[in-house]
Each structure stands twice: as structure tokens, then as C-alpha cells.
Design a protein. Structure first.
Length: 114
């Protein structure tokens, strides 16, 4: 069974390819090789797709959603996608740390001139 249309939209996106390529390039520049690390990049990209889908849901339904429990109770509750997005982002940051990928400090951005 293949991915649904929303998931495919992200898997086949230019942004997906660019992020994955950039991560793999950074691993190569750092001298980090091995299937374990390439698998972690795949895990990161899976989480990126999940995060993107959560963002779509939050944008579509908002941070609160209507509920009806069928027992006559109706109202609004928090959209679970908000909390899940926070958890997914945290896991993505952990994977980047495990991969040894950190933001690059550009020349001129250091504090020596202050």
C-alpha cells in the first residue's frame, strides 16, 4: 500500500529533495559515513513529512477543534496536532544532534568584533 496523496505531495517535493541532499552533503563534509547514519537521515525525512502534515492540519483546522462525543456533549478542544508537532520537532533536533549536524557559523557572524 503506497502513501496517500498528501504524503506523496511532500515526499515528491523539491524541498524534501533539497533538505535530504543537504543533510547527506553535511554528513559527507563531516566525514560521517555508514548505513546507520544514512538511515537516520531517512528517519529525519520521515519526521519532516510528518511535521509538514501536522502543520497542514493545524492551518486547516486551527489550534482548537470541535468535538462531539455522541453522548450529547459538544464543544471545542485543543488540536492534538499542535502537541504532536512539538514532539516531532524535538525528535528531529535529537536526530540532527546524533548526526553531528549543527548550524554553520558564517564569517562575520562571530562576536570578535564587539
Amino acid at each position: 500500500m503506497g502513501a496517500n496523496a498528501k504524503t506523496r505531495k511532500y515526499l515528491e517535493s523539491k524541498e524534501y529533495q533539497e533538505i535530504q541532499s543537504d543533510l547527506l552533503d553535511q554528513l559527507e563534509r563531516n566525514g560521517t559515513t555508514g548505513k546507520y547514519y544514512f538511515d537516520l537521515v531517512s528517519d529525519y525525512m520521515d519526521l519532516w513529512v510528518t511535521k509538514s502534515l501536522l502543520v497542514d492540519d493545524i492551518q486547516q483546522r486551527g489550534v482548537t477543534v470541535l468535538y462531539n462525543n455522541g453522548g450529547g456533549q459538544k464543544g471545542r478542544k485543543k488540536n492534538d496536532s499542535v502537541e504532536q508537532r512539538i514532539k516531532v520537532n524535538a525528535q528531529m533536533l535529537k536526530l540532527l544532534s546524533e548526526l553531528g549536524i549543527k548550524p554553520v557559523q558564517l564569517d562575520g557572524d562571530d562576536d570578535e568584533d564587539m
